[in-house]
Structures are given as C-alpha cells and as structure tokens.
Design a protein around this ligand. Structure first.
Ligand SMILES: C[S@@+](CC[C@H](N)C(=O)[O-])C[C@H]1O[C@@H](n2cnc3c(N)ncnc32)[C@H](O)[C@@H]1O
Length: 239
C-alpha cells in the first residue's frame, strides 16, 4: 500500500485541458507500453501515483528515439516510470534522476534494480533545491516533473547544466486550466503554484535566448530549447 498519494490527490489530473474524447483517442489509439513499463503504469494507476499519462509517454518515446540524448537529468522520479521509459528509448543515455520522498525512493530503487537492464539510471536522493547546485555534468535533456511552484526556482541552475541546443521539458504547467484565468478566480491554496507558473512563462516564452513551446499533453508540457551559452533570465522574476 502506497501512502504518499491519497485518493483526493492530483485533482488536476481529472481536469482535462483538451476535450475528453481526444484524450481517450490519444490514450487508446497510441501504442500501449508493455512489459516492465506496463507493470509500473498499472501500479501507478492503482496507487494514484502521478506518472506521465499515455499521451506524454507516446510523445517521449518519439522524442527519445529521435534525439538519442547522451545525458538526461530528471527532477521527480516517483516510482521510476518515466526514467525507465526514457532509458528504453534512448538506450545509450545516462540518466540521473532526483527524488526526495522516501517512499518513492524505495519503490524506484526496487524498480531500477529489476528493470534498468543496462544500468543507465542513477538515483540521487534529496531535495532538488540542494542537489542541483552539486551537479557537475552537462545534460542534453532535462525533464522537470516535481513541485510546480519550484520550476522557476530550479530553472537558472538547470539552464546552467544544459548543453547549447539542449531541451528542458517541464510537465504539468497548465494547472488544470487555471493558468489561463485571472488569479482571483483561482482557489487560494493554488495561488503560489499559479504565480510560479506565470513567472516561468514570463521568463521563458518570449526570451530571445530560448525557443519555447507549450504543448497540450497531459496537464501541459513546456518545451524549452537553449540557444546560447549564457541565457539571460529577467532578474525581477528569478531573484
Ligand atoms: C509527478 S511525480 C514524478 C513522476 C515521474 N516523473 C513519472 O512520470 O514516472 C513527482 C515526484 O517529484 C518529487 N518531488 C517533488 N518536489 C521535489 C523536490 N523539490 N526535490 C526532489 N523531488 C521532488 C516527488 O517526491 C514525486 O515523487
């Protein structure tokens, strides 16, 4: 029994940002996962663990096969589903993944021991706030899938560690559609996340040092390409 995620957690997962019938089509018609990934997907569904939904899985599969990145950083491992997916479709990649939740860390360790056949994945335990500044490698792809209000805080450090031409993928940026509303219409408990995501958009979408695109996959995926070595982020947003 997994205790971290209650039945009422992740309410944005039940607030689709595209039509339900399109989501159904994307989930039913796109090639399902099999083997270990199917087992983990079922486990996540049964225990309400928020792993990437099938439309994002399908996109990542294509992206990894096409890019074949050599180094990937993930913030937010959970049970290791997305890390193992990326490992499968980018078999030469070294993947570093970070999580701070002891229950998720235990499950991820078990899953990596069973299914990381090529030994591609390294799990770093702790808060990404502390771990990011200790990293010394550079990455071709960074996947951020953790606390949404912190994305803007992680971004400067992530961009420092990203190769020029590399991609940052940031999950769950639509907040079930709240990001398109006025802050007064957003539930008070959700406003810190709302502000963090608005700052993230302000810092990236129109930044001349980056090329960014918002994709309506799952609860929204922000893709950012780093165009220059030293990316300028507006100091009033990131400080
Ligand atoms: C949405 S789940 C990740 C799902 C996973 N990427 C997948 O699709 O298989 C988010 C995870 O991020 C972790 N997390 C949230 N904030 C974090 C932080 N500041 N540092 C490290 N891990 C964090 C949580 O413990 C949780 O396991």
């Amino acid at each position: 029994m997994v205790e971290t995620y209650s039945k009422n957690a992740n309410h944005n997962m039940r607030r689709p940002v595209v039509k339900e019938e399109i989501i159904d089509l994307m989930r039913q018609r796109q090639k399902p996962v099999t083997g270990a990934l199917k087992e983990l997907e079922n486990f996540a569904q049964m225990n309400n663990i928020p792993v990437i939904p099938h439309e994002t899985v399908s996109y990542f599969r294509l992206l990894m096969e096409t890019l074949q990145p050599e180094r990937i950083l993930e913030i937010g491992t959970a049970i290791g589903f997305s890390a193992l997916l990326m490992a499968q479709y980018a078999p030469k990649a070294k993947i570093t993944t970070i999580d701070r939740n002891p229950e998720m860390i235990e499950l991820a360790k078990e899953n990596f021991a069973r299914f990381d056949e090529r030994g591609q994945i390294t799990l770093l335990e702790g808060d990404a706030v502390d771990i990011l500044e200790t990293l010394t490698e550079n990455y071709d792809v960074v996947f951020m899938d953790s606390a949404k209000s912190k994305y803007i805080i992680f971004l400067p450090e992530v961009l420092k560690r990203l190769t020029v031409g590399g991609l940052v993928l940031i999950d769950d940026v639509f907040q079930g559609g709240d990001v398109a509303r006025d802050i007064k219409e957003v539930r008070r408990g959700q406003r810190t996340i709302y502000k963090g995501l608005q700052h993230l958009f302000d810092a990236t979408l129109d930044n001349p040092d980056l090329t960014a695109s918002l994709l309506p996959l799952g609860d929204g995926l922000l893709m950012i390409r780093k165009k220059v070595a030293n990316v300028h982020l507006p100091s009033e947003i990131v400080d």
